[in-house]
Design a protein around this ligand. Structure first.
Ligand code: CP
Ligand code: NVA
Length: 309
């Protein structure tokens, strides 16, 4: 079935406007409620999702594949090792071919420029399933999870502790779109790349040398692995540099008393987060992981069917 034109991609969080985000969050709740009631909902019958993985995944693969099945469609998994993708076929050629045989593509890869190039040659919507620069589906789930637990995120303070990585970059785009503050604390030498952001986005950012100061009065504290996929060669240096940036009980105690803790997972207890935090009363990491399923179903519905009421 032909899709609506112009094609809408989700390559960065800011590819959705505030109104579109509100729609996707509202649909996420409706689609989640249907799922919980075992109510069949097949708006994507006969549609096919292709998932391309150039990096490892548990949650992203599972949530997209299960989500597409639950919406009545099917999903095909491709990885670099077992396809021509790892053998030098130009991204543009792969995009031409793959997008003629399916309705939507999710890609997890290295540089953001790869998903941008793929999208430029694609006939169907492209979804970023994580790049070195951004992880927009995860922050979609994280904001949805915050709102489920605490209501609107507008004017709230999110503290990002640790590596200024793809998750941190995406949080800053979300802060500007949804109008909340992002406190960031990273070790020296691992600071946020400000060149990725415009003045409005940077106006929502406050940088702190001391992670405790960043967490003070925060509504949400979040962190991620110290060594993201693709940066494994830096692991030893990072373990040393990040030692004082572990989110622990002391950091959570200076945050608001009802602050939430999030981590996109997989987590390393004793490195970026103390067990007492991730397994403690502030943590909503399992809801956060589950919500990948629901928000991505709403996202795929929106990209393929437009605004379903
Ligand atoms: N959070 C996340 O994207 O997890 P996976 O790497 O398991 O997909
Ligand atoms: N920042 C991490 C997220 C993993 C889901 C990475 O890129 O490896």
């Amino acid at each position: 079935m032909p899709i609506k034109h112009p094609i809408k991609h989700f390559l960065q969080f800011k590819d959705l406007s505030r109104a579109e985000l509100d729609h996707v969050f509202a649909r996420s709740k409706i689609i989640k409620d249907k799922f919980k009631r075992y109510e069949a909902y097949y708006p994507l019958q006969d549609r096919t999702l292709v998932m391309i993985f150039e990096k490892a995944s548990t949650r992203t693969r599972l949530s997209f594949e299960a989500g597409m099945h639950q919406l009545g469609g099917s999903a095909i998994y491709l990885n670099t090792r077992d396809s021509q993708l790892g053998r030098g076929e130009p991204v543009e050629d792969a995009a031409q071919v793959i997008s003629r045989m399916c309705d939507i593509v999710m890609i997890r890869t290295f540089e953001q420029s790869i998903v941008e190039r793929f999208a430029a040659s694609s006939r169907v919507p492209i979804v970023n399933g994580l790049t070195n620069e951004y992880h927009p589906c995860q922050v979609l789930a994280d904001v949805f999870t915050y709102v489920e637990h605490r209501g609107s995120i507008q004017s709230k303070t999110v503290a990002w502790i640790g590596d200024a990585n793809n998750m941190c970059n995406t949080w800053l785009q979300a802060a500007a779109l949804l109008d909340f503050k992002l406190h960031v604390s990273t070790p020296p030498g691992y600071t946020l790349d400000k060149s990725l952001f415009d003045a409005n986005e940077l106006a929502h950012l406050q940088v702190f040398a001391d992670p405790m100061a960043a967490c003070k009065d925060a509504d949400l504290v979040s962190t991620d692995v110290w060594t993201s996929m693709g940066f494994e060669a830096e692991n030893e240096a990072r373990l040393k540099a990040f030692a004082d940036w572990q989110v622990d009980g002391d950091m959570m105690r200076v945050a608001k008393s009802d602050a939430l803790f999030m981590h996109c997972l997989p987590a390393h207890r004793g490195e970026e987060v103390a067990a007492e935090v991730i397994d403690g009363p502030h943590s909503v990491v399992w809801d956060e992981a589950e919500n990948r399923l629901h928000v991505q179903k709403a996202l795929m519905e929106y990209l393929l069917c437009g605004k379903v009421e």
